[in-house]
Design a binder for this molecule. Structure first.
Ligand code: IDP
Ligand code: MG
Length: 166
């Protein structure tokens, strides 16, 4: 079954010019990129994206990290990848959460690091399961920014957008 997954190149990945490397590695999956953009992450988006981790001791640092406050460019690249087994395939190439423990040929194993302050700079985000993927893609993208119909939408009168997530 075809499914979609959210991929973020995090601020450390952009600062280190790793976008090309990440895209090349992900092209091994033969999945299709169906949405892509560069985003300046505000506090609301950061907290909503990582809301499941709000009780973790590293939460505030994580919010700072994803907003780009630890890297000079405050930006993230957001993409949706689409195809059979997309979530698992991308997670596999991304590697484990802890970049020091991640498979050494995974993206996180190759390019990630733990800072002296203990922040896991692990280059990319990848959705964990279908529920997370849907929640995250709807958070980062509007329906008309994605070239396939992933989830139900409704018409909207809001200025500038024709469709909203149902
Ligand atoms: P995931 O990104 O592999 O799905 P999550 O547990 O969802 O891992 O955590 C989200 C992000 O929070 C991680 O990618 C990493 O940047 C950060 N993080 C997770 N666990 C730790 C930790 O123990 N210390 C510091 N940062 C962490
Ligand atoms: Mg996660």
């Amino acid at each position: 079954m075809k499914e979609a997954t959210l991929v973020l190149v995090k601020p450390d990945g952009l600062k280190k010019s790793l976008t090309g490397n990440v895209l090349t590695r992900l092209s091994e999956t033969k999945l299709e990129i169906v949405a892509a953009k560069i985003v300046r992450v505000d506090d609301k988006l950061a907290r909503e994206h990582y809301r499941g981790l709000s009780k973790e001791p590293f939460f505030e640092e994580l919010i700072q990290y994803i907003k780009g406050e630890l890297h000079e460019r405050k930006k993230v690249m957001a993409m949706a990848y689409y195809g059979g087994g997309a979530i698992r395939k991308v997670r596999e190439i991304a590697g484990g959460t802890n970049p020091e423990k991640a498979d050494s040929i995974s993206i996180r194993g190759q390019y990630g690091r733990i800072t002296t302050k203990g922040i896991y700079e692990n280059v990319i985000h990848a959705s964990t399961d279908q529920r997370d993927a849907e929640r995250e893609i709807k958070l980062w993208f509007q329906p008309d920014e994605i070239i396939v119909d992933l989830y139900p939408t409704k018409a909207t009168a809001a200025e500038g957008t024709r469709q909203a997530w149902a």
